[in-house]
Write a new protein. Sequence first.
Length: 276
Amino acid sequence: MTRFLIIIAIISIQACSISNLPSNLSRSMMNQEDPELVRTAAPAYLLMLDALIETYPDDEDFLLPAARLYGAYAGVFANDEAQTKRMVERSKDYAHRALCESEEDLCLVLDRNIDNIILELDDLDEDELDLIYTYASSWASWIQANASDWDAIAQLPKVKILFNWVLAYDPAYDNGTAQIYMGVLESQIPPSLGGRPDLAKAHFDKAIQVSDGKNLMAKVLYAQQYARLLFEQELHDRLLNEVLNSDAKAEGLTLINHLAKQQAEILLAESAEYFE
């Protein structure tokens, strides 16, 4: 899998109670227009979250933002494979701790078959959307970083179940990013091997629709994961040019959109050679 999932990193400081600090920091970082500033500043915030979790080890207000940030930083800014694996391991650990603290019954069946997971999810409601989404995204990032391990790849169906549960409650969740996750996951296997890229296309289209086209990473990954898989250069280039011609500034998406533009330039420059 390509390094796509998760494109969310953070930093800001606002006057607030300590329990609100992580979410406010993350929100401010997502509106940051300088990815390099985020790259250099985020490690300090990671250390701060680690310290808060040492002090409050069972507090979701710290565990969930830490899981999101470690996964995001690994997916976007990690220097090498070893650092990526370390960071996604911590991301998954924090998300797992939050899940098990809040939903012990679901936590206990994660290693069982999918039917058991579905039964436990049926007892949850929209109040648990953030919890389930964060765990699913952290798990997906961990699988991505361990893609050479077939035992890890075998866990993908369970991750899809969690994302589909989130989308059943809110198809627009996280500015369409939940749809993007599913689009990427559904585009990992080519049609010749039984894959369903049509499902990937539907998720990418939905991500664009529910974000009113403002989540530019949807188009970048649509091009990278779907158009390249099916060798559709016209679609590939059109999507990437649309990204380059779009305004990056959008509430909650500015940082991710700047990163999307950077990636679009790289993919477009490779287009002629890739599709020749």
